[in-house]
Design a binder for this molecule. Structure first.
Ligand code: G1P
Ligand code: ZN
Length: 537
């Protein structure tokens, strides 16, 4: 074993989903090593422990895995369970952590960000419950990055990650597992696979776009294999280190090809896509895009046909910027609705405590208590299960849902690569005026109330402040402003707009007044010189 002297590296503070940087930053000598050693030190050492390890297959994934295996061995870990070829979707990794009762896991991914030598890489630690490390743990890891003076790494040959089964690195056992097998068994235990299989056998058609990312093998095995969808139902199904040069983000912008197909003449009955590491999802029917906020509401309203949720849901949680569509369902069902800060980690305590069964974010993340991550394929299978049970098209399900609950029109505007000071000035400008805004008019709307979101965790009592600026206008429209914790260049300002209507169910222009008012209120033109976002979802 070799102890390598090192020193603290600037900027290794993990954000909402671990540490994300340009790949070349991670490839600098000692950079990955410093953070991995800080993980081991931050959790009280690796000695005698068992971990899960895998990633989304992006550039540098395999190399980083070899490094981490040698470091885990040098730090005295007993065993590492690693996905074949270094692949594990984030939800599958979460499941393996729980299934094997491990001491946690290390997941390599920058989620939906592009991959490649000039793109992004990321690493995060998940705790034994299978979920992203809570702030206490990420703070301890970060604190260690500030004082670190050495890391341990075994001088050992690389492990053959292609060969399933038992091997070792020094004294440490390494188990190379099929990334799909246990995950598929979990899905089969949740959903009515027979009903879905029968629907597909009856001619129901699917297009699942894996976006050249990690869900390809999962979708091919489950949808085309077990559930009998014809070959070709999964497209872009082979994981590639740069995601085919694309942006593996399942939304109407980056999954344009799927959107065009679903809006075209020969659209299949059901379209879906997932992101780089398989935790996000996009659902789209023939001529009918389902917003993630609506998807969460629909899943909540249609849970009982799914065998695992047949007894009903304990409660529903959504991130604060997510629309209130799910709130209306929870209210009708008489179950709890929890509003959390952005980031999956805030759902963990609620799931562990049994307060909620399903949760979701406007950013295309939905999941349940089956793992402690959002889960893209799970959402796809949930939709297939509910369509099989209700025997309706996606568009009919949505029309019925809005007729029952009214519609929460919703959109998110992303302003990317904004100079950090300009973004801060815009946000501070709103924050400083929060108390004065009520009663003031912008465009056609008048502000009713405004605040900055703070979260009090009902399970562990922890407080999280500064989680987004909220503005409610008279008439019920809402705007939220926050800066991204996952962007890798300058600052990304996210502006979330919502307007509720119980009668007019098909008029996206309902959002225009809240958009105009919010651009003016926050001074987008003054501070950043534009009111047109880079990405609208
Ligand atoms: C974004 C999403 C957030 C999600 C996170 C990780 O974070 O908005 O909902 O949990 O990615 O996938 P943000 O960049 O907004 O901080
Ligand atoms: Zn992701």
């Amino acid at each position: 074993m070799t102890r390598h002297a090192t020193q603290p590296i600037e900027g290794q503070k993990p954000g909402t989903s671990g540490l994300r940087k340009k790949t070349r930053v991670f490839m600098q000598p000692g950079y990955l090593e410093n953070f991995v050693q800080s993980i081991f030190d931050g959790i009280g050492g690796a000695s005698g422990k068992t971990f899960v390890l895998g990633g989304d297959g992006r550039f540098f994934n395999a190399k980083a895995i070899q490094t981490i295996l040698k470091m885990a061995a040098a730090n005295g870990a007993a065993r590492v369970i690693v996905g074949q070829d270094g692949l594990l979707s984030t939800p599958a990794a979460s499941h393996l952590i729980r299934l094997n009762g491990t001491d946690g896991g290390i997941i390599l991914s920058a989620s939906h960000n592009p991959g490649g030598p000039d793109e992004d890489f990321g690493i995060k630690f998940n705790t034994p419950n299978g979920g992203p490390a809570p702030e206490g743990v990420t703070n301890a890891i970060f604190a260690r990055t500030q004082t670190i003076d050495g890391y341990q790494k075994l001088d050992a040959p690389d492990v053959d990650l292609g060969a399933l089964g038992e091997t070792s690195v020094g004294e440490m056992a390494v188990t190379v597992v099929d990334p799909v097998e246990d995950y598929e068994a979990l899905m089969a235990s949740i959903f009515d696979f027979d009903a879905i299989r029968a629907m597909i056998a009856g001619g129901f058609t699917i297009s699942f776009d894996a976006m050249h990312a990690v869900t390809g093998p999962y979708a091919a095995k489950i949808l085309e294999g077990t559930l009998g969808a014809p070959a070709g139902s999964v497209v872009n199904g082979t994981p590639s280190p740069d995601f085919g040069g694309g942006h593996p983000d399942p939304n109407p912008v980056w999954a344009r090809a799927l959107m065009d197909r679903m809006m075209g003449e020969d659209a299949p009955d059901f379209g879906a896509a997932s992101d780089g590491d398989g935790d996000r999802n996009m659902i789209v029917g023939r001529n009918c895009y389902v917003s993630p906020s609506d998807s969460l509401a629909v899943l909540a309203a249609n849970a009982t046909p799914v065998p695992a949720y047949a007894k009903g849901l304990a409660g529903v949680a959504r991130s604060m910027p997510t629309s209130a569509a799910a709130d209306r369902v929870a209210e009708r069902l008489g179950i709890g609705l929890y509003e959390t800060p952005t980031g999956w980690k805030f759902f963990g305590n609620l799931l562990d405590a049994g307060k909620v069964t399903i949760c979701g974010e406007e950013s295309a993340g939905t999941g349940s208590d089956h793992v402690r991550e959002k889960d893209g394929l799970w959402a796809v299978l949930f939709w297939l299960n509910l369509l099989a049970a209700r025997k309706l098209s996606v568009a009919e399900v949505m029309a019925d849902h809005w007729a029952t609950y009214g519609r929460n029109y919703y959109t998110r505007l992303d302003f990317e690569a904004v100079p950090t000071e300009a973004a801060a000035a815009l946000m501070d400008g709103v924050r400083d005026r929060l108390g004065d805004l009520p009663g003031q008019s912008f465009g056609d709307l008048t502000v009713e109330s405004a605040d900055e979101f703070s979260y009090h965790d009902p399970v562990d009592g922890s407080e999280s402040h500064g989680q987004g600026l909220r503005i409610w206008y008279e008439g019920g429209a809402r705007a939220v402003l926050r800066t991204s914790g996952t962007g890798t260049e300058g600052a990304t300002i996210r502006c979330y707009l919502e307007a509720y209507d119980a009668e007019t169910l098909d008029d996206p222009a309902k959002l225009d007044p809240v958009r105009t008012a919010t651009m003016e209120l926050a001074g987008f033109r003054t501070h950043i010189g534009r009111t047109e976002p880079d990405v609208t979802t």
